[in-house]
Design a protein around this ligand. Structure first.
Ligand code: 5GP
Ligand code: MN
Length: 335
């Protein structure tokens, strides 16, 4: 729902800024990168008063998004000397809480105006201006609406970025967030120059062999509760190393577990480089809110897709979380 006071404050911030910082969470995905780059193209094209738009993330950039226009200009907060200490305007996209920025948090908070643009139900409202639309299929949908309000027309670059945001967050227009509004936006983006076949091939038909083989091993080691309604698997550093797999190659594994007919909650436990555990959770229905399960662990996300990082080793994280997930399913079944 449009809140005119908040949106007017955002529009004024864009119209008066000379320098803009755009950031997002570590381990960015298609919605994250598509949303930030769409803003970058839009501001560079239509806002001559803005002298610099810096897109900045912490950590490694997944290779799969290298086709996105402008991706080579995304800066790394740890290594890029051009990143300033102060920006007039800082925008975060697709990020539910400021602690997921990594070191970019410092720059975000120091900006003249900070704006939090998102669609996560668990969003912590950490900006000076907060535009969070949980009903939006992707943050890219929120960005598209804001570009309309800013009267910045779509072009092929913006459309390619926003289409990638939409197609990745809807699982290829398959999930419940593939709403009529999402399809209407997709139609506009294709009209403006997004090429669905090209984007699909870049995202899904160039899957690294190491990813397929690592996921096959992890999937074959899936463990279940007694009635197979909960399925989970563990990916440790040794398994990644054995296949020569990158961190990002885990994407999609949790969906493969959720797709099994009996499974209502799927979980993947990944050992992080520093020995902690990154959790990915998926549920198969709105009746099971996995974002709520992640709250006590400083995580979040959406009802049917959520995550967190637990500051403990893989096995300990498994021993902590699995009983909670079993309980969650029991509660659901007993209702
Ligand atoms: P994934 O499992 O694909 O990493 O994440 C699924 C969803 O949960 C995404 O919407 C993502 O933003 C959210 N999410 C994943 N990890 C975290 C986390 O550590 N904190 C919060 N707040 N959200 C997370
Ligand atoms: Mn998103």
């Amino acid at each position: 729902m449009r809140n005119s006071v908040i949106h007017d404050a955002f529009i004024e911030a864009v119209q008066t800024a000379k320098s803009v910082f755009i950031t997002a969470h570590v381990g960015p995905d298609g919605d994250t990168l598509g949303s930030m780059l769409a803003f970058k193209h839009a501001f560079e094209k239509a806002c001559p008063h803005i002298h610099g738009v810096h897109c900045v993330i912490a950590g490694k950039m997944p290779d799969v998004y290298r086709f996105l226009p402008g991706i080579r200009d995304v800066k790394n907060i740890e290594t890029d000397p051009e990143i300033l200490d102060y920006y007039d305007l800082a925008i975060s996209v697709d990020c539910g809480s400021a602690d997921r920025f990594g070191p970019a948090e410092r720059v975000f908070s120091a900006a003249g105006v900070s704006v939090n643009i998102d669609h996560h139900i668990s969003n912590k409202q950490f900006g000076k201006i907060n535009i969070n639309v949980p009903t939006a299929a992707a943050s890219g949908e929120v960005v598209a609406d804001l570009l309309t309000e800013l009267k910045i027309p779509l072009d092929a670059n913006i459309a390619t970025c926003l289409y990638t945001a939409l197609v990745t967050d809807t699982g290829g227009f398959k999930y419940s967030n593939a709403t009529a509004k999402a399809f209407e936006l997709a139609a506009k983006l294709v009209t403006a120059g997004a090429d669905p076949e090209y984007i699909y091939k870049e995202l899904y038909e160039k899957r690294p062999r190491a990813q397929a083989l690592m996921q096959a091993e992890a999937l074959s080691k899936t463990r279940f509760n007694e009635d197979y309604t909960l399925g989970w698997t563990l990916v440790d550093r040794a398994m990644l190393k054995k296949h020569g797999a990158l961190e990002e190659y885990i994407d999609g594994l949790v969906e493969s577990i959720r797709q099994m007919d009996t499974v209502v909650i799927a979980a993947v436990f990944k050992e992080t480089p520093d020995g902690n555990t990154k959790i990915s959770l998926r549920s198969d229905s709105h009746a099971i809110d996995v974002a709520a399960v992640m709250e006590p662990f400083d995580g979040g996300g959406h009802k049917m897709a959520a995550g967190c990082t637990m500051l403990m080793p893989l096995r300990e994280a498994e021993a902590t979380l699995i009983p909670i997930l079993k309980d969650k399913i029991r509660q659901k079944i007993s209702v």
